[in-house]
Design a protein around this ligand. Structure first.
Ligand code: SAM
Length: 255
């Protein structure tokens, strides 16, 4: 997968050189490039913002540097250069625009986006990007405004760090043991069960006996039950949407 991130603070993305995502980049599993939006300005102050039409507080990001930057990364990614989808239409890269006014990012979207060939992230700052950039970009990209959650950050970079990590760890070969992706929170609509390691007794607290029993059927059932209990307690909204009928038959007995 190729990922391009455009930001006025490229240094903010430095953590993507670390840990599993950094290793995936070194191993050639992920081609991730960060671009400075100011490199696409033409004035001597390299300005990227201006006052908002209609008045009001704050500044708005100017359209032209964004158009220049996005056109450059789309062309460099090659996804628009003749590639076709199964329906015969030209394949467009996906442009993710982090925004508190976007669709809420979640694990299902991480799985969906991990299937793409190229993702481009446009990090807004100030009051956001001139809306005409989004309209213009629809011609060249599949545009997905996306929110990390119902709160306001200072810029899109923190959202990009989170989304790239969530998507990147789903790429083949990034996480050493792919089984560890299967039983995680949100993989089947429930939260993960509690986990424990040695010692079995610690500060007068015991690991649940079933986990020491060696009975794999009972352990699986306990874990399912704990998933359900924890989800009901912490995220009843997830439980409402959960369909136990979609689970393998053996797992349904826990519900
Ligand atoms: N005026 C905008 C609004 O109320 O929708 C908020 C602008 S915010 C201060 C600046 C930038 O931070 C946004 O353009 C976006 O890139 C990013 N941002 C802020 N909150 C976010 C969130 N919850 N999810 C994703 N990106 C966010």
């Amino acid at each position: 997968m190729r990922i391009d991130v455009v930001s006025i603070f490229p240094e903010y993305l430095a953590p993507l050189e670390l840990s599993l995502i950094g290793k995936a980049r070194q191993d050639g599993l992920l081609d991730l490039r960060v671009h400075d939006l100011r490199d696409f300005t033409t004035d001597k102050h390299r300005s990227v913002d201006d006052t908002p039409y209609g008045g009001g507080a704050g500044m708005v990001m100017k359209p032209e540097p964004w158009a220049q930057a996005l056109a450059a990364v789309a062309a460099a990614g090659g996804a628009t250069a003749g590639a076709e989808t199964t329906e015969g239409k030209p394949a467009k890269p996906v442009l993710i625009v982090p925004s508190p006014a976007g669709e809420r990012f979640n694990q299902a979207l991480a799985y969906e986006l991990a299937e793409e060939e190229q993702l481009v992230f446009a990090c807004g700052r100030y009051e956001g990007i001139d809306e005409r950039v989004i309209e213009w970009a629809e011609e060249h990209f599949t545009v997905r405004p996306m929110s990390l959650g119902d709160y306001v950050l200072n810029g899109g970079e923190v959202a990009v760090l989170a989304m790239v990590e969530a998507i990147g760890r789903l790429l083949p070969g990034v996480v050493g043991n792919p089984d560890s992706l299967v039983e995680e929170s949100h993989s089947d609509g429930l939260l993960e069960y509690p986990v424990y390691t040695k010692p079995s007794s610690w500060r007068d607290r015991e690991v649940p006996a079933v986990l020491l029993s060696g009975n794999h059927g009972k352990i699986a059932q306990w874990r399912r039950h704990e998933q359900y209990r924890r989800t009901a307690e912490r995220r009843p909204d997830l439980l409402e949407a959960f369909d136990a009928g979609k689970l393998p038959r053996a797992d349904r007995t826990a519900f």
